[in-house]
Design a protein around this ligand. Sequence first.
Ligand code: PLP
Length: 403
Amino acid sequence: MSIFSDVPQAPPVAVFKLTADFREDSHPQKVNLGVGAYRTDDSQPWVLPVVKKVERLIVEDDSLNHEYLPILGLPEFRSASSKVALGDDSPAIKENRVGGVQALGGTGALRIGAEFLRRWYNGTNNTATPVYVSAPTWENHNAVFADAGFKDIRPYHYWDAAKRGLDLAGLLDDLEKAPEHSIFVLHACAHNPTGTDPTQEEWKKIAEIMKRRKLFVFFDSAYQGFASGSLEKDAWAIRFFVSEGFELFVAQSFSKNFGLYNERVGNLTVVAQDNENLTRILSQMEKIVRTTWSNPPSQGARIVSKTLNSDIIGNVKTMADRVLLMRDQLKSKLQALGTPGTWDHITQQIGMFSFTGLNPKQVEYMIKEKHVYLMASGRINMCGLTTKNIDYVAQSIHEAVTK
Ligand code: PLP
């Protein structure tokens, strides 16, 4: 009898299970719209040319070695990351009140930030502070905050299924009613899974209430550049909140915009009130990192810090433009087929994902009958579409909706 015989089998992670099912499917026209990664028009992963160039320079650079990095990470990466989020000319950076914690991807940044908040925010080790995540959200948000010890994780209104857009009234109402000091996880841009972001005017309303109600802003920025093709535009909300004087966290992922998925490169940008607060915060972050991964890996951090924003943006724009093209084509094809319903939301949504509005039964039909794999929520990754499979996918959606 094993000492582990009482360990229950955990359910698989939905998005990875979907990819495994896709791999096993031998149908010649199968399409994977589940995975959260960029694909070229030939359905291949893409190593960004600028990343490849920097990787070669790193290999040739004899001054580099494999010594441990500092606990908080590569200093030039941490400052470069914060500049990507806040802007080169950010007053907060000039005032020496911005710091970074290099993390294992955006997930690591969220986890370290969550752990810090549980330990030190709104009282010491206060597990009762409500944490609000959007309904729906990236499914890992709940679990990351729960595993960090938070006991009260709540959804806030976000998606209005009937209008296929933002439920602004519901969101603002939740902000008004949340207990003071509650933590709100906000998607900085390209909301996952809905592809629906607040407009600048809507962000201003959100910020006004959050400031008045003393709510903590925890931005999750996993798609900077992917929404609009511009790093600046996609950081607008973050920069606006900083200009409004918020002390806040930004969990940054470089998995998507640099195509560095398996290098696990992320950063937790901390905007504090002043340098003295920042110093104490980072001293505690160091304690958390030390017992979590001790110190981070270097390759992804070197690549990001050696790549100028002006170089990466060309490649990011290539990805963003392909997504925009696929949005346009999918909408036109569904309209040409006369598929019932409105499909304008496909081009109104931005970023990697689109929330199609397909219901679970229609999704099941897509997978079982058409071999087109998508999340049960109806979320599709636009990058799974190519000029070769888009007719088949549009036809499949048409059949799923009309059968
Ligand atoms: N946050 C959101 C909204 C995401 O969609 C993802 C990845 O899919 C992440 C965070 C995590 O990114 P990473 O792979 O860098 O941990």
